[in-house]
Design a protein around this ligand. Structure first.
Ligand SMILES: *Cc1c(COP(=O)(O)O)cnc(C)c1O
Length: 236
């Protein structure tokens, strides 16, 4: 897979979708999802201008964090187990997957101990899929209101994963609903809560997501090529 070529396409698409939704391309942040991608290929992407990496597993993030010395931002985009919080708080710029109270408490406790304020997004399961993590839309506002009282962490927005569909138009309402939810929450002006980021859109649906207001997209396959069943990326 030619990373340079793929990135060119992704960036062009992002630019077009941004303009189509009345925003500047520079307002859209691209997080390259590097799960199961080898370090040498990640370093190639960094040379091509990638500045933010997303991993969905703690162990993999920690391993790569040691190996990759370039000054990039690390994003934890996958489910986070409470007992693994301690391994990543000193490494990540943003946790995209806060979805339960026990996890919020653990982040808060560890953050205070570190003397750091941790930025988090609240993961919302907009489509209500049983297989996906995230809070139900109906309880998200209340959850955020409670999390806002915890010291050591600040809520900077919302994240969702849309159902996998062949035609991304089918999931447009999912993205729209997340944006509307963010607007409602922003309107309440809770202390310690900002709705700066809407993390939505992956390889199959990022154009629609941006059109619906995403300003942070998480793209893996579109940059690095398909991951195979066993988890390694395919080589050519
Ligand atoms: C794997 C993953 C992505 C990227 O998926 P692609 O389809 O490869 O772009 C984005 N977000 C999360 C949470 C993921 O686990």
């Amino acid at each position: 897979m030619d990373i340079a070529h793929n990135l060119e396409i992704v960036r062009r698409n992002i630019n077009q979708a941004a303009l189509k939704s009345g925003r500047q391309p520079s307002e859209i942040k691209l997080v390259a999802v590097t799960k199961q991608v080898e370090v040498t290929r990640i370093e190639e992407a960094i040379r091509l201008g990638i500045t933010a990496l997303g991993e969905n597993q703690v162990q993999e993030l920690v391993d790569k964090y040691r190996k990759i010395t370039a000054p990039v931002e690390w994003h934890l985009i996958g489910t986070l187990q409470t007992n693994k919080v301690k391994y990543i708080l000193d490494k990540v710029r943003l946790i995209h997957s806060l979805d339960r109270w026990a996890l919020a408490e653990e982040i808060s406790r560890r953050a205070i101990r570190l003397g750091k304020e941790i930025s988090v997004l609240i993961q919302v399961n907009v489509a209500g899929e049983a297989t996906k993590h995230g809070l139900e839309v109906a309880v998200t506002e209340e959850f955020i209101q409670e999390v806002a009282n915890l010291p050591g962490l600040k809520v900077l927005g919302l994240m969702t994963m849309a159902p996998q569909v062949n035609d991304p138009e089918e999931v447009r309402p999912v993205f729209r609903e997340l944006r509307q939810l963010a607007a409602r929450i922003a309107g309440r002006q809770l202390k310690g809560v900002a709705m700066d980021w809407l993390s939505m859109g992956m390889t199959n649906d990022y154009l629609v997501a941006i059109e619906e207001g995403a300003n942070l997209v998480r793209i893996g396959t579109g940059i690095f090529g398909e991951r195979n069943q066993k988890g390694e990326t395919k080589r050519e």
